[in-house]
Design a protein around this ligand. Structure first.
Ligand code: C5P
Length: 220
């Protein structure tokens, strides 16, 4: 029996991976995995339980029993809807620290793979192509210039009525990129066999169409 096909989409934060991956999943009728949400959930659960961001054993234990549910667009931690809480700047920072711990990454592996079900899965993150789904049918490294990504994040926050400055967002993104790229486990990088998709001058819809075309082209 062959496993359901996976489209792996990796890349830095705020490049539009989420929007593109969701659109590709919708077009193909595939399941969708937002792996970053799992790291964000671990960080939030740890903060709620007062666990230090450097306590690897305790954080891995949280990751292994993470009481989280994905329901359509919504994400729950136990009974609490945390869809927005996991995306705060503070929790984003905590998530990237938690994600640098090997025991946490190991504890989340099976859970990520359990999303692979027929007819297929679109999985987005940092190590989908390299570690979690190395046999993915299509691997995409989706990126955009730091300025374009900061601009997109700025617009998103403004729409939600959250105060932010472009300069501070750009600085945050650069720091997070550096941390994600420099860590020893699953560093952020284009993996061999991944196609580069630079969306700096592209809409999310155009990027999603391109990914669908690549997938269909490869499976013709
Ligand atoms: O993609 P997103 O920004 O939601 O991810 C939150 C954090 O989780 C990132 O800073 C990144 O360090 C981490 N992450 C990861 N591996 C993944 C997905 C996310 O290390 N597959």
């Amino acid at each position: 029996m062959s496993a359901a096909p996976v489209i792996a989409i990796d890349g830095p934060s705020a490049a539009g991976k989420g929007t593109v991956a969701e659109e590709v999943a919708r077009t193909l009728g595939f399941h969708y995995l937002d792996s970053g949400a799992l790291y964000r959930l671990v960080a939030l659960a740890a903060a709620r339980e007062g666990i230090d961001a450097g306590d690897e054993a305790k954080l891995a234990a949280i990751a292994a029993r993470l009481p989280a549910r994905f329901e359509g667009e919504d994400i729950y931690l136990e009974a609490e809807r945390v869809t927005d809480a996991i995306r705060s700047e503070e929790n984003s920072f905590a998530a990237s620290r938690v994600a640098a711990l090997p025991a946490v990454r190991r504890a989340l592996l099976d859970r990520q793979r359990s999303f692979r079900n027929p007819p297929g899965l679109v999985a987005e993150g940092r190590d989908m192509a390299s570690i979690v789904f190395p046999d993915a049918a299509l691997k995409v490294f989706l990126t955009a210039s730091p300025e374009a990504r900061a601009e997109r994040r700025y617009k998103q926050l403004k729409e939600k009525g959250i105060a932010a400055t472009l300069a501070a967002l750009l600085q945050d993104l650069r720091e997070r990129d550096a941390r994600d790229a420099a860590r020893s486990v699953a560093p952020l990088k284009q993996s061999p066999g991944a196609r580069l998709l630079d969306t700096t001058a592209m809409s999310a819809a155009q990027a999603a169409n391109l990914v669908v075309d690549w997938y269909r082209g490869a499976n013709r």
